[in-house]
Design a protein around this ligand. Structure first.
Ligand SMILES: Cc1cc2nc3c(=O)[nH]c(=O)nc-3n(C[C@H](O)[C@H](O)[C@H](O)COP(=O)(O)OP(=O)(O)OC[C@H]3O[C@@H](n4cnc5c(N)ncnc54)[C@H](O)[C@@H]3O)c2cc1C
Length: 642
């Protein structure tokens, strides 16, 4: 149906010499799948000098309307791959959103209140554009002599994973042929054939809901902002609805239909138009470009590395579209894997570095799945009580700022910090101690975090100065221009806060520290930071970064631990729940508590209680105290439910 739905041929089938070879030819890296993740990884690897072969069972952009929201971090990665600016220029930039409950506005939000970034917080851009731009980047690389190739209509149908290679059977219009790969990267999507062929599981939660997508073309005066409705008054009973502007006058409308539906009836044009008219108003002229109904699951593979096979993108993990975490996190997988695979192939790092890929990206997948599951549970409360609390949050959010962060219509994709203090920290490729925190450096640039951009001049930003390699970033102190250890060269970059009128460098990288030195990985995550350059400390940090075995006791005794939240320590000894009488006028309080319910029905009273819990919990603020209060209340409820 229409423009966004058309299948466009980007890499038509061509017969290649491998098909006529007597023996299976060996390739250093074979990527299965030319979706956004496989393509991004292909570009990254070849720009790092690694020969890449990409196989896809189709010959271009897939049919259907999928990802539209691309986050700043993804745009920054794409910038390094050569197509970030194109994405930002073509995409519809949006930085504000509005949330409604029924017909009432609840609140507005601004994603990027502070400037100093080359890339916007989000753009809306149809996934086919992203794929086409990445294919262009591959064509440019190939035209300049770099060893990269995409083979369309090449379906992987059999695999054998050996000790030092993977044997691959490829099906084409001219019949089957065989090749071998030193490393095979499975980017073949949610129904990954690689996963199935290797007999690997994909466990997780299936959400029992259906979402109708209608991409419509119209000239409408709505602003380019995200609009989300809980329980909209329009939409023929839809439980939630979403509106997003895309390029080319296309708008994405999304309606939550519930589980028990007649899919065919819901996809009938007349029925779709009823819903669309309800949202847009009767007098708006539009054409329907694409309609579909999707359901989703939240799940991930138990392990992202199986010896010489690595999984990335939807093949490895799946989330709901709310929060735009699918393609965004998949492209971040590619960003994490590219430099590591190159170092391993070049024998500059041990294979254990690839285990850090798996650990770090499994950590990210867990974070994304948790965020996505929580959003879905907020959108679709499963019980009367959860709906009561959800609506209490929405009601309070209209007038009370404290309740707004609790409104969850999709927590938008953010890059994961690979916090070494987390329980999976042992396999991370960054350092477990933070030598700068005690000096007052911001927690947001702690080891493991992605480094934020900074505007350096009218035309130049920090991300422009960070290349494909490790960087030593010095602020108000000195580092060598280049520093080489273990065969790896690190580029020095010095910035001075006195030349930064906006004070962004200080805010993002120094805090109250006098000076700082950051060791930054090729994927722009921070390995370690110190107050000044120390050759031994940097050497050790680099060694940890390339071995992928983080330890938490490797730096000097002055170091302090990363300030990530400590694991749940149970009840706080600092401020326990008050168990002794504490109300000055107990009887008076009791009267007031009852009086406020006067004249209310049971449901209204329960809704009031839900709001009261939220207001008082926010006032208390201390999670341990609230947790203890919940525990006490819950145990009493079980003994005496009435
Ligand atoms: C309605 C909807 C809205 C979404 N919105 C967003 C959003 O706004 N933002 C966001 O970040 N994400 C969003 N997503 C998720 C996003 O579309 C996916 O996460 C993304 O496409 C995953 O990319 P991928 O490269 O891992 O896999 P895919 O895009 O699925 O690509 C897999 C590729 O592998 C190929 N392939 C499969 N099997 C074989 C085989 N045997 N041999 C060779 N090739 C094979 C396929 O042809 C395909 O080209 C949305 C998804 C949906 C459904």
């Amino acid at each position: 149906m229409g423009a966004t739905a058309s299948l466009s041929t980007l890499y038509p089938y061509r017969r290649v010499p491998d098909q006529d070879a007597d023996d299976a030819r060996r390739h250093p890296v074979v990527i299965v799948g030319a979706g956004p993740v496989g393509l991004a990884l292909g570009v990254d690897l070849v720009k790092r000098g690694v020969p890449v072969l990409i196989l896809d069972k189709h010959d271009g952009v897939g049919e259907g309307s999928r990802a539209i929201c691309f986050a700043r971090h993804t745009l920054e990665i794409a910038h390094r791959l050569g197509c970030g600016q194109r994405m930002a220029d073509k995409g519809v930039v949006w930085e504000t959103g509005r949330v409604f409950h029924g017909e009432h506005p609840v609140f507005e939000f601004d994603l990027s209140p502070e400037g100093g970034y080359r890339m916007p917080a989000f753009v809306n851009l149809q996934q086919p554009y992203v794929e086409a731009y990445l294919v262009d980047a591959i064509r440019e690389a190939a035209a300049s002599g770099l060893p990269i190739e995409i083979r369309g209509c090449n379906r992987v149908t059999r695999l054998h994973a050996g000790a030092d290679h993977v044997a691959i059977n490829v099906q084409t219009p001219d019949g089957d042929y065989q090749i071998e790969a030193d490393w095979l990267i499975a980017c073949d999507g949610a129904r990954s054939a690689t996963r199935d062929l290797l007999g690997l599981g994909f466990e997780g939660r299936v959400f029992e809901d259906n979402f109708l997508i209608a991409d419509v073309k119209m000239n409408a005066g709505f602003p380019a902002e995200r609009r989300f409705w809980f329980e909209p008054v329009f939409g023929q009973g839809a439980q939630s609805a979403l509106l997003h502007k895309q390029p080319d006058d296309i708008w994405r409308l999304d309606f939550q239909l519930g589980w028990d539906i007649d899919r065919q009836a819901e996809l009938a044009e007349e029925r779709v138009r009823e819903r669309v008219d309800g949202m847009l108003g009767e007098n708006v002229n539009y054409s329907l470009e694409w309609t579909s109904i999707y359901t989703f699951q939240c799940r991930r593979m138990e392990q992202f590395r199986q010896d010489r096979v690595l999984f990335a993108g939807d093949a490895a993990h799946q989330v709901s579209p709310f929060g735009a975490r699918g393609a965004n996190s998949g492209i971040q997988d590619a960003d994490n894997l590219g430099w590591k695979l190159q170092l391993v192939i070049a024998a500059l790092a041990p294979e254990s570095l690839l285990d850090s890929y798996a650990s770090e990206r499994m950590l990210a997948a867990d974070e994304n799945i948790q965020a996505s599951t929580r959003s879905t549970d907020f959108l679709t409360p499963k019980t009367t009580t959860s709906k009561m609390f959800r609506n209490a949050v929405l009601t309070l959010a209209k007038d009370h700022a404290f309740a707004r962060p609790l409104v969850n219509s999709g927590r938008l994709s953010l890059p994961t910090s690979y916090d070494p203090a987390s329980e999976k920290g042992a396999n991370l490729s960054c350092i477990g101690v933070d030598a700068l925190r005690a000096a007052g450096a911001p927690a947001s640039t702690r080891p493991g975090a992605p480094c934020p951009d900074v505007q350096l001049s009218t035309t130049e930003f920090l991300i422009d100065r960070l290349g494909r390699d490790f960087t030593l970033l010095a602020i108000d102190t000195q580092v060598p221009d280049t520093f080489a250890r273990h065969g790896i060269s690190v580029s020095g970059l010095t910035l001075e806060t006195r030349q930064d009128d906006s004070d962004t460098i200080r805010k993002r990288y120094l805090g109250t520290a006098r000076s700082a030195v950051y060791l930054i990985r090729p994927d722009r995550h921070i390995v370690a930071r110190w107050q000044a350059f120390d050759e031994n400390a940097v050497t050790l940090a680099l060694e940890i970064a390339i071995k992928g075995h983080c330890t938490t006791d490797t730096l000097s005794h002055e170091d302090t631990r990363s300030p990530t939240p400590e694991p749940d320590s149970g009840i706080s000894a600092r401020m326990p729940l008050v168990r002794e009488p504490n109300l000055a006028d107990g009887d008076g309080f009791y009267d007031e508590l009852l009086a406020v319910h006067d004249g209310l029905g049971d449901e209204e009273s329960q809704a009031l209680n839900a709001r009261l819990v939220l207001i008082l919990s926010n006032h208390i603020g201390d999670r341990d105290v609230i947790r203890e209060a919940l525990k006490v209340a819950a145990s009493t409820a079980r003994q005496n439910p009435s």
